[in-house]
Ligand binder design. Structure first.
Ligand code: MG
Length: 300
């Protein structure tokens, strides 16, 4: 898959001068995905790993060479990913309906059931400040064979779960959303942000980000709508060190303050699925392309 070089998008810095470098341009790094998702920066390898879910493969982009390589095929319809405290990749598999850890020696299941029933299709994951694994479980990997395998939901909801690897316990922490999808913590760990991508779901679809207070014992309280995102809906999101939320949308990357106020947008010429910070850059997965833009905010 060839890289396609730098492409300048008119109007890219609309409202964003304070957050992006003065000469920032949106670069197209790779093309050819059918639904890109799950970007994560691997600092030890100096590579950006992401998913091409319908093609059931995992890709990597190397900034030093500008080359994209296929990391894994027949990957299990992997979606979102993050790194654990040891730097290992933790990702979500639609195909195996599981959250897994991938290391140099292979892929191991972390959690694939709750209360004796299979998960739907874990979508996105983050390691919380408490060291536990927090993940969302909407149904997109079991609704069709495009991003997984058609199957019946087993526990009758779409929850956000907290999985504590020390105890082996898996606990629903958010149960009042339709299709929870992207998730991220505030820098102090006291607020959890979760996007809802059920905009096309009937009768109660949403396209908003909800915020929850996180208690010291790892439960979530006082859920409220932080921001409605349009066009499209918010899918993956990340939070920088100063608490700004960088969220996907139908028109680009929207940047929100911790209070949900819209600070600006990086227009992208297709639907954006997710974002991640990597070195001095923001990486952006669109439906068919991987993008990058230089930013100048503290990130994590
Ligand atoms: Mg997602």
């Amino acid at each position: 898959m060839p890289a396609t070089g730098t492409a300048e998008i008119p109007g890219i810095l609309r409202h964003m001068a304070a957050l992006t470098a003065p000469s920032s341009k949106l670069e197209t790094l790779a093309t050819g995905t059918r639904w890109g998702e799950g970007p994560a920066w691997l600092p030890a390898a100096g590579r950006l790993r992401w998913s091409d879910i319908p093609n059931d493969r995992i890709l990597e982009y190397a900034p030093d060479t500008g080359r994209t390589t296929v990391h894994r095929t027949e990957a299990g319809f992997v979606n979102g990913r993050t790194l654990d405290a040891a730097g290992a990749v933790v990702h979500c598999s639609h195909g195996r309906r599981a959250v897994e850890r991938e290391t140099a020696t292979g892929v191991a299941t972390i959690v694939d059931t709750w209360d004796g029933k299979r998960l739907n299709s874990p979508n996105d994951v983050v390691v919380g400040p408490d060291g536990a694994i927090w993940f969302t479980d909407p149904p997109y990997g079991i609704l069709s064979d495009r991003q997984g395998h058609v199957a019946e939901p087993e526990y009758g909801g779409c929850y956000v779960f907290r999985h504590d690897e020390r105890t082996g316990r898996t606990t629903p922490v958010v149960t009042d959303m339709v299709h929870p999808n992207g998730l991220a913590f505030s820098p102090d760990g006291r607020t959890l942000y979760v996007s809802d991508t059920s905009v096309l779901h009937r009768p109660a679809g949403h396209h908003h980000i909800r915020a929850y207070d996180v208690t010291p014992d790892g439960t979530c309280e006082r859920g409220r709508v932080l921001a409605e995102i349009s066009p499209g809906c918010p899918d993956g999101l990340r939070v920088d060190e100063e608490g700004r939320i960088w969220t996907s949308s139908g028109s680009g990357v929207q940047v929100l303050g911790p209070d949900g106020a819209r600070l600006g947008e990086i227009p992208v010429p297709e639907v954006v699925s997710n974002v991640c910070f990597g070195g001095p850059d923001l990486y952006i997965t669109g439906a068919t392309r991987l993008y990058r833009i230089r930013i100048r905010v503290p990130r994590r």
